[in-house]
Design a protein around this ligand. Structure first.
Ligand code: S6P
Ligand code: ZN
Length: 191
């Protein structure tokens, strides 16, 4: 394994901007329109309002080798597609036995997790929340507030990302606005 020199990255809490990002990824509605339950509403927004930014990830570049600890910020914009709040795509780690830590920096989000053996969990995150994603849990974050939701993540470099399982099956639950409040409801299209 190459010896990496220690370094510090400055993190801007309210924007997620890093002082020296190794990569920046933007996910717009068109990148994930079919992941929202109301696909007709996603298509209408794309046709009439344009391709809105759903979230942005800024991370440091590290080799994908055992023991390295990649880290990044995620900023999810506020808003909804129909009743469903803006969210990340979500994934399992390709190596299911690898967990992850999230730390809330700004705003309010719900961390939706599930296992392949039927368990589900939704955790509330605000600035200062350290959330643990244990091994074997798929994870997706949802902005349930009316400002950006920004958090910091750290995971093991060889965890890898399995997006395909979630793209195919979705999550068991959705986070929607119901009676003026965020709420967890069953996903009728799951599986
Ligand atoms: C990486 C970690 C996060 C997400 C990011 C975007 O293991 O869980 O940094 O990559 O929040 O979500 P997604 O589902 O598009 O990777
Ligand atoms: Zn992850």
């Amino acid at each position: 394994m190459p010896l990496i020199a220690p370094f510090v990255t400055e993190v801007h809490f309210s924007s997620g901007v890093l002082s020296a990002p190794g990569y920046v990824i933007q996910r717009n509605l068109s990148d994930m329109a079919n992941m929202y339950a109301d696909s007709d509403e996603a298509a209408r927004i794309l046709a009439e309002d344009g391709d809105r930014l759903i979230y942005e990830v800024q991370g440091v570049d590290l080799p994908a080798e055992e023991g390295q600890l990649p880290h990044c910020t995620t900023r999810i914009t506020p808003g909804r597609i129909g009743a469903e709040f803006h969210m990340t795509k979500g994934h399992y780690h390709a190596r299911r036995e690898q967990g992850e830590v999230y730390f809330g920096l700004t705003g309010r989000g719900w961390l939706v997790m599930q296992t392949e053996t039927g368990e589900s969990s939704v955790q509330d995150m605000v600035a200062g929340s350290a959330a643990y994603v244990p091994p074997y849990w798929a994870h997706r974050t949802v902005n349930v507030g009316d400002e950006d939701f920004v958090f910091f993540s750290v995971w093991e470099a060889r965890a890898g990302h399995d997006y395909g399982t979630i793209e195919r099956d979705g999550f068991r639950v959705l986070v929607v606005m119901r009676d003026g409040q965020p709420a967890v409801v069953d996903n009728p299209k799951y599986g």
